[in-house]
Design a binder for this molecule. Sequence first.
Ligand SMILES: [Fe+2]
Length: 234
Amino acid sequence: MRWIDLHSHILPGIDDGPREMEDSLRMAEEAVEAGCEMVFATPHALNASDIPDRENLTELAGIITAKTGLRIATGYEVHILTIVEGADPSRLCLEGTNFVLVELPMVNEALAAGDYLSDLTKRGLRPLLAHPERYYYMKPDKLRKLVESGVRALVNSGSFVGFHGREARKRAEDFLREGLVSAMASDAHSPGDYRRHGETIKKMIKEGVSPELFAPEIKGAKKHEFAGRDTEKG
Ligand SMILES: [Fe+2]
């Protein structure tokens, strides 16, 4: 089964991902081995004055691709504060798409977050909510409201195997059961994470979870909605 990853900290020396290129290369090799078709490298943009330079990201991605064959596009994991502070979200999309991967505070709910997210939709962008199951305050009803306003929920596969604790696992299972999950991602930060992601994909598919959620097996000329491009080529 081939899959793509919409949330990854694979690039070295940018955020809390790997410090060294050597570890990035190991991550890329593990991803390829586990069936990864393409990765969106999404380093943290924590506030408007702390946005990693896109050109630098592209350069680092190019080095990893050249050495491992793993296709990497760039993007950001945009903390809602970055948007509140006025950064232009259209410059922070996943490369070649109008998806903006947005992160909310883990513990304290940002009450205006829903407004900011629906504002992105009004501007023609498609907000992807990073790991909603990791937010302590996120309940199925709350997530449903966001989903109904055009937000897509991108859950971490690790949450289903307890990587983020029991509560996050329960929330992830609830969201999945209630049909609120649009896709799964690795949120990989270090070597070993892609191996685990690959194993979780296999396990979940065996348990009946739709392969579509892992960015589907690429067949024929089918375009993948999230990649926004024909992943069959190149
Ligand atoms: Fe992340």
